[in-house]
Design a protein around this ligand. Structure first.
Ligand code: 8YV
Length: 320
């Protein structure tokens, strides 16, 4: 294995590491990607991509000798892992190294939403403090009932970091986990029983718009939605209506349906906090994710095995 196709951008340092191991082809530098696929696709045995860029099945089909796709990011909903596994192509992602960072970002969204720091900062900077006097009170983050949608590794890290605020934690996932929190089989029922709903479930068909109008209305006019997962998990049109009609109180969003496009309605509502998908975006964590992306490729080249295959490709990793 020696030729790799890189989809999307990659830091220079990572590129030079890859160049020492592979002949590198970069999709972003090509003027005619289709021509490249037709003429040189057969030579490609590895792909490096990101959770954001992914790779389409129609491209994979043209890479006849592809063996591995290494994706930067824990979420891999932009890659059809079952399609790859069926063709013997192993897909890797970057779990665990970002758990703490994404949990930190969630805690900051939780605190910001309750204490309304974005609103309060704008209150000072716009001169309103001088004009209108003291800012309105905000809500305490302490002693809240928090529902977590998705109790995987990051969900558990969020629950653990939330503990200093003395919450009661409920969760919904496909099946109960060995955790000391209250399991709900039904998401809408959990939404009715909690004050804050935190979404940290993988994107993809199974969770598409799982946070629908019913769930948002159940969360209620004083409820808070935090989405740190994928935009696809929440029905964004229903979310905007629920916020406008005051059926839902607050939203704190790091992810959106069609990034980087954020609907004006969400940008202009004072009870909504918006971030540009920065859940894991620190120098330290992105470096760790980048290293794992490369190490999966290098390990595969050396030993035919990878470090962090996606669940759909676990068997492939044992057999190679
Ligand atoms: C990255 C993420 O922004 O890991 C994920 O699933 O959402 C983020 O950390 C994304 O993967 C970028 O490619």
């Amino acid at each position: 294995m020696s030729e790799i196709l890189i989809m999307g951008n990659m830091p220079d340092k990572s590129l030079s590491i890859l160049k020492a191991e592979f002949t590198v082809h970069r999709a972003v530098e090509m003027t005619n990607f289709e021509k490249f696929l037709a003429e040189q696709g057969d030579k490609i045995s590895a792909v490096a991509t990101t959770g954001f860029v992914g790779i389409h099945n129609s491209i994979i089909e043209k890479l006849k000798n592809l063996q591995i796709i290494s994706s930067n990011g824990v979420g891999y909903d932009s890659i059809d892992a079952t399609f790859c596994a069926d063709r013997g192509i192993i897909v890797t992602h970057t779990p665990d190294v970002l758990n703490a960072e994404v949990a930190n970002t969630t805690i900051m969204l939780f605190l910001n939403s309750f204490r309304e720091f974005s609103f309060n900062e704008a209150y000072v900077k716009s001169g309103n403090w001088k004009l209108e006097g003291m800012a309105p009170y905000s809500r305490s983050p302490d002693n809240r009932v928090v529902g977590i949608l998705g109790m995987g590794r990051i969900g558990q890290e969020i629950a653990s970091r939330l503990s200093i605020f003395n919450p009661k934690i409920l969760y919904h996932s496909r099946s109960p986990k060995d955790v000391p929190y209250t399991y709900y089989e039904d998401l809408e029922t959990m939404a009715r029983d909690c004050e804050v709903l935190i979404c940290i479930t993988p994107g993809g068909l199974q969770t598409n718009k799982i946070v629908n109008e019913g769930v948002l209305t159940a969360l209620g006019s004083t409820g808070t939605l935090i989405n740190i997962a994928r935009g696809s998990v929440v029905d964004q049109t229903a979310l905007i209506s629920a916020l406008k009609d005051k059926r839902l109180g607050y939203a704190a969003l790091d992810v959106f349906e069609n990034e980087p496009n954020v609907p004006d309605e969400l940008i202009h509502m004072s009870n909504v906090i918006v971030l540009p998908h920065v859940g894991s975006a620190t120098f330290e964590t992105r470096a760790a994710m980048g290293d794992l992306t490369l190490n999966n490729l290098i390990e595969f080249k050396k030993n035919g095995k990878v470090i962090t295959p996606v669940p759909e490709c676990l068997n492939l990793n044992q057999n190679t």
